[in-house]
Design a protein around this ligand. Structure first.
Ligand code: ADP
Ligand code: MG
Length: 364
C-alpha cells in the first residue's frame, strides 16, 4: 500500500511543532527510512501514520483511502516500538497471536498462525517462554512476529535495532532487509543511524525540526547531500565543510571564467558545471568527504595531528591555517603525527554550498 502525507502538521499541547507541513509519498512495497537526529519528529510521524497521534492539520492517505480520522485498529498497519512493548505476562505465542485476538480470529487459527510466524523468525523453540526469559535479539524478533502476524499492509518500525548490541545489530539488520524483501510489504523504518538507513532503505527522508531536508536514494543523499545539514549528518566519517570565497581567476583557465574558490589557504578551481552560478565575492562552504581527499603538492597544507585506525583505513586529522581537515588513507599508508601533508579533492568530488542558506549549488 502507498502511504501519502500532504502538509501534515502536528503541534503538541505546549506548543512544540513536531511535524511542520510535511509532505511525503511512500510507494507500495518500498523500504523507506526516516532518518534524523533525536527530537526531529520521526516517532511522531510514525505514530501519526499508525493513528496513535492525530495530526493538527493536513491529510494522510493509506492506499487511496483518506485515513485522517480513522482509528489505529482500522488502518491495517502494524508498528514495532523502540522498546518492543511486549506483554510481560504473556508467552511468546500469546504475544504473537495478540493482534489476531483483537481481530477476533478463532483460537485454533491464532495458534497456527502464531506458530508459523514464530517459525519463520526462528522462534520455534521459544513459544512458551515469557519476554523476560529472552535475549534482546529474541525479544525484537517476537515484536516483529507480532507485527507480522496480522499481515498488515504497512509496517512501521521505530528504531527496531537500537536496543541491540553492535554485533547483533548488524545481524538483525541483514535479517530485517531479507524479511522485508521476502514479505514485499511497504515499510517505514525510523532510525537516527545514517549507516542503518543507507544499508537498508530504498529511499531515505532526512528530517530536521519536523521537516524533510532531503529525500532520495541512499546513493543520492550520500553523493549529493542537498544542504550542509544533510552533508554533516550522512557518512560514517563527517564531511569536511570548509568556509571559502569565490575569487577571480588569473585567466589561466581557458575553458571557464577561471574563478577559483579560496579555501584553507589554497585556490581550488570552481567545478565546471556550476561556474556560471558563482561570482567573485560569493561566500561558500566547500564540502569534501574524507574519503575523497588525496595527497597533492598543490593542495591544502596541514600538519598531521591525529591518526585514528578505522580498520581497513585510517582517519587522519590535519591542522591547517583554517579549521581542521580530515582524510582517510589506506591501511599501511598512515603518515606520522607532525608530518606536513598537502591534500586536494578528487576530481568531481567537491560539493559547493551557499554560505547564507547552506543549500547545494547545483548545475542550472
Ligand atoms: P524523534 O523520534 O525524532 O526523536 P519525536 O517525534 O519523539 O522525535 O519528538 C519530536 C518533538 O516533539 C520533540 O521536540 C519532542 O519533545 C516533542 N514531543 C514528542 N511527543 C510529545 C508529546 N506527547 N507531548 C509534547 N511534546 C512531544
Ligand atoms: Mg523517536
Amino acid at each position: 500500500m502507498k502511504v501519502s502525507l500532504e502538509e501534515v502538521t502536528k503541534v503538541f499541547d505546549g506548543g512544540v511543532t513536531a511535524l511542520d507541513a510535511l509532505s511525503l509519498e511512500i510507494q507500495d512495497g518500498e523500504f523507506f527510512a526516516l532518518l534524523g537526529p533525536s527530537g526531529c519528529g520521526k516517532t511522531t510521524l510514525l505514530r501519526t501514520i499508525a493513528g496513535l497521534e492525530t495530526a493538527s492539520s493536513g491529510t494522510l492517505r493509506i492506499g487511496d483511502r483518506d485515513v485522517t480520522g480513522v482509528p489505529p485498529g482500522a488502518r491495517d498497519v502494524a508498528m514495532v516500538f523502540q522498546d518492543y512493548a511486549l506483554f510481560p505476562h504473556m508467552t511468546v505465542a500469546d504475544n504473537i497471536a495478540y493482534p489476531l485476538r483483537i481481530k477476533k480470529v478463532g483460537r485454533a487459527e491464532r495458534r497456527a498462525k502464531a506458530a508459523s510466524t514464530g517459525e519463520g523468525l526462528s522462534l520455534g523453540g521459544l513459544m512458551e517462554r515469557r519476554p523476560a526469559q529472552l535475549s534482546g535479539g529474541q525479544q525484537q524478533r517476537v515484536a516483529l512476529a507480532r507485527a507480522m502476524a496480522a499481515q498488515p499492509t504497512v509496517f512501521l518500525l521505530d528504531e527496531p535495532l537500537s536496543n541491540l548490541d553492535a554485533r547483533l545489530r548488524l545481524e538483525a539488520r541483514t535479517f530485517l532487509k531479507k524479511l522485508q524483501h521476502d514479505l514485499d510489504v511497504t515499510t517505514v523504518f525510523v532510525t537516527h543511524d545514517q549507516a542503518e538507513a543507507l544499508a537498508l532503505a530504498d529511499r531515505i527522508a532526512v528530517m530536521e525540526s519536523g521537516r524533510i531536508r532531503q529525500l532520495g536514494t541512499p546513493r543520492e543523499v550520500f553523493q549529493r547531500p542537498a544542504n550542509v545539514f544533510v552533508a554533516g549528518f550522512i557518512g560514517s566519517t563527517p564531511m569536511n565543510l570548509l568556509d571559502g570565497e569565490c575569487v577571480p581567476g588569473d585567466g589561466e583557465t581557458a575553458t571557464s571564467w577561471g574563478h577559483r574558490i579560496d579555501v584553507a589557504g589554497v585556490r581550488l578551481p570552481v567545478p565546471e558545471e556550476i561556474v556560471t552560478e558563482l561570482a567573485p565575492g560569493d561566500k561558500v562552504i566547500v564540502g569534501i568527504r574524507p574519503e575523497y581527499l588525496t595527497e597533492s603538492d598543490e593542495g591544502i597544507k596541514g600538519t598531521v595531528e591525529i591518526v585514528e585506525n578505522l580498520g581497513t583505513t585510517s582517519l587522519v586529522t590535519l591542522a591547517t591555517t583554517g579549521p581542521n581537515v580530515q582524510l582517510t588513507v589506506p591501511e599501511g599508508r598512515e603518515p606520522k603525527p607532525g608530518a606536513t601533508l598537502h591534500v586536494t579533492p578528487r576530481p568531481g568530488r567537491m560539493l559547493v554550498y551557499r554560505a547564507d542558506d547552506g543549500e547545494l549549488i547545483a548545475a542550472p
